[in-house]
Design a protein around this ligand. Structure first.
Ligand SMILES: *Cc1c(COP(=O)(O)O)cnc(C)c1O
Length: 396
C-alpha cells in the first residue's frame, strides 16, 4: 500500500489536511469548560448536518455499529418487534444485532441491488393493528450494494398506516454526503460514524434522537451502560462525558461540520452526485453493470460494480492493493466475488477520482478482462469537462 494514493473504499475516507490537524491536539482537561467549547459546537454542527432543529445529538467513542446499539438499547425492550428489510450486508448486520439483543425481527427479504420495499412496509404496518412493531429500521444507503433508499417513502408508509413505530435510519454512508432530512422525514434515530461523510478517522458513533425517541428511553428495558444516552446527557450538562471522550476526534468533528456547512450542504450533495456520475459513466464505458438495479437507487457515495460470470471480482481489489497500492472495496456477503466497489464519498476531487478509474482499468486489463485502457477514464473526463465543478468561491 502507498500512503500517497487516495483510498477508494466506502469508508474510512480520505482525510483533508485541515481535519488531520484539527484531530492532532495537546491533551486538555476533558472535564472543563474548555472541553465544552469543542463538544457543544460539534453537537450543534451535527444537528445542522442532519437538517434538524431539535434532535438530541450524542457522540460516543465508538463506530457506526455502536450507533446502532445506542438506538436499539435506549428505546426498546426485550421481546419487542422491529421491522427491517435485508437488502445487503449492512442491513443484515443490523438485523443480526437486533436478534442478539433479544428483539423479534420481522424481516422483509429484498433482492440485493434493490432499495427498501416501502410498499411492503406499508402493507405490514397497515396490518399491524395492535402496534406490535415498535421500530422500523431503514438503511438509507446500503454500502454493500451501492443502493440508496427512499426514507421519505418509509415515513409515508408509517403515516398512512397511522402507525406509531419509531423510525431508525442507518445513515452511516449517507449523512454528510447525500441529502438527509432528519426533521422532514420524521426520523427518530439517525446513526452515523466519523469516518465516512465527516472525513475523519474512525472512532466516533454519532447519533441523533428525536423527542419521541427520547420519550421511548423512559420505558425501554434493554440493558445499556456505555451507550446510555441519559448518562451521556448528564455528562454534557457539565461539559463532560460519563467516561473519557475522544477529544481530538471531537475537535475534528467540529471542524468537519464547519467545512461542510461553509461549503453548503446542497453543494456537498451536488459534488458527490457529480463525482458519482463520472464514475457511472466510466462503468458504462467498460460495458459493466452496477449492482444497483435502477437509476432511482444509485448511490452517490459508493458504486458496486458487477464483473462477468466466472471472474472473481475480489481479485481486482487484491491486485490493486499489491500492484498499484490503491484500495478498492470488496464484495460482501451474497455479492462477495461478484462485485468490487469504488467508494466515492468524502474528500474527493475529479482528479483523484480519475486516478482511481485509471487504476481500476489497469487491474481489470492485467487480470484479463476485456477492457480498453482509457475507456472509462475518457468517459468520466468527458462528463467532468462538460459539467465543471463549482470552485470553492462559487460554492460558498
Ligand atoms: C460503514 C457502515 C456501517 C458500519 O459502521 P462502522 O463504523 O464500521 O461500525 C454501518 N452501516 C453502513 C451503511 C455503513 O456503510
Amino acid at each position: 500500500m502507498s500512503f500517497q494514493n487516495p483510498v477508494f473504499i466506502p469508508g474510512p475516507t480520505n482525510i483533508p489536511e485541515s481535519l488531520r490537524k484539527a484531530c492532532d491536539m495537546p491533551t486538555i482537561d476533558h472535564r472543563s469548560p474548555l472541553f465544552g467549547q469543542i463538544l457543544h459546537p460539534a453537537r450543534e454542527g451535527v444537528r445542522k448536518v442532519l437538517k434538524s432543529e431539535s434532535a438530541e445529538v450524542f457522540i460516543f467513542p465508538s463506530t457506526g455499529t455502536g450507533g446502532w446499539e445506542t438506538a436499539l438499547s435506549n428505546t426498546l425492550s426485550p421481546g419487542d418487534t422491529v421491522l427491517a428489510a435485508r437488502n445487503g450486508m449492512f442491513s443484515h448486520r443490523w438485523i443480526d444485532m437486533c436478534q442478539r439483543h433479544g428483539l423479534t425481527v420481522e424481516v422483509v427479504e429484498t433482492p440485493w441491488g434493490q432499495g427498501l420495499p416501502a410498499t411492503r412496509y406499508a402493507e405490514i404496518l397497515a396490518a399491524d393493528k395492535q402496534h406490535r412493531i415498535k421500530a422500523v429500521l431503514a438503511t438509507h444507503n446500503e454500502t454493500a450494494t451501492g443502493v440508496r433508499s427512499d426514507i421519505a417513502a418509509v415515513r409515508r408508509a408509517l403515516d398512512e398506516a397511522g402507525h406509531p413505530a419509531l423510525l431508525f435510519v442507518d445513515g452511516v454512508s449517507s449523512i454528510a454526503s447525500m441529502d438527509f432530512r432528519f426533521d422532514e422525514w420524521g426520523v427518530d434515530c439517525a446513526v452515523t460514524g466519523s469516518q465516512k461523510g465527516f472525513m475523519l478517522p474512525p472512532g466516533l458513533a454519532i447519533v441523533g434522537f428525536s423527542d419521541k425517541a427520547m420519550a421511548a428511553t423512559k420505558t425501554a428495558k434493554l440493558p445499556r451502560t456505555f451507550f446510555d444516552v441519559h448518562d451521556m446527557a448528564k455528562g454534557y450538562a457539565n461539559n463532560a462525558y460519563p467516561y473519557t471522550p475522544a477529544v481530538g476526534l471531537l475537535n475534528g468533528l467540529n471542524e468537519a461540520c464547519r467545512m461542510l456547512l461553509d461549503e453548503g450542504l446542497e453543494n456537498v450533495f451536488a459534488r458527490h452526485h457529480r463525482i458519482a456520475e463520472g464514475v457511472r459513466a466510466a462503468v458504462r464505458a467498460w460495458g459493466l453493470e452496477l449492482c444497483a438495479a435502477a437509476p432511482e437507487v444509485y448511490s452517490d457515495t459508493v458504486s458496486a460494480i458487477c464483473t462477468p460470470e466466472g471472474f472473481n471480482a475480489t481479485d481486482i481489489v487484491s491486485h490493486a492493493a499489491q500492484t498499484y497500492g490503491v484500495a478498492f472495496g470488496t464484495g460482501l456477503g451474497e455479492v462477495a466475488g461478484k462485485v468490487f466497489r469504488i467508494g466515492h464519498l468524502g474528500s474527493l476531487t475529479d482528479v483523484m477520482t480519475l486516478s482511481g478509474l485509471a487504476t481500476a482499468e489497469m487491474c481489470m486489463k492485467d487480470l484479463g478482462l476485456d477492457i480498453t485502457l482509457g475507456s472509462g477514464v475518457a468517459a468520466a473526463q468527458d462528463f467532468y469537462r462538460a459539467t465543471p465543478a463549482l470552485t470553492r468561491k462559487e460554492a460558498a
